[in-house]
Design a protein around this ligand. Structure first.
Ligand code: ZN
Length: 56
């Protein structure tokens, strides 16, 4: 797994949150998010919107 300095595409974040990403991509995404405040705030606002979250 390689750490990524590239921010996650917004289209990928719902996949990550619903665990629809391949494990290696999810791990890379999570390690990026751990270091990236910008991605965390995007994710938090997506969760707040919760358009995709309703039927979880
Ligand atoms: Zn980022």
């Amino acid at each position: 797994m390689k750490p990524s300095n590239v921010c996650l595409p917004q289209s990928e974040i719902p996949l990550l949150l619903s665990e629809d990403l391949p494990a290696d991509e999810a791990a890379a995404a999570e390690s990026h998010i751990a270091e990236c405040e910008s991605c965390r705030s995007v994710i938090e606002s997506m969760i707040a919107d919760s358009l995709w979250w309703d039927d979880a």
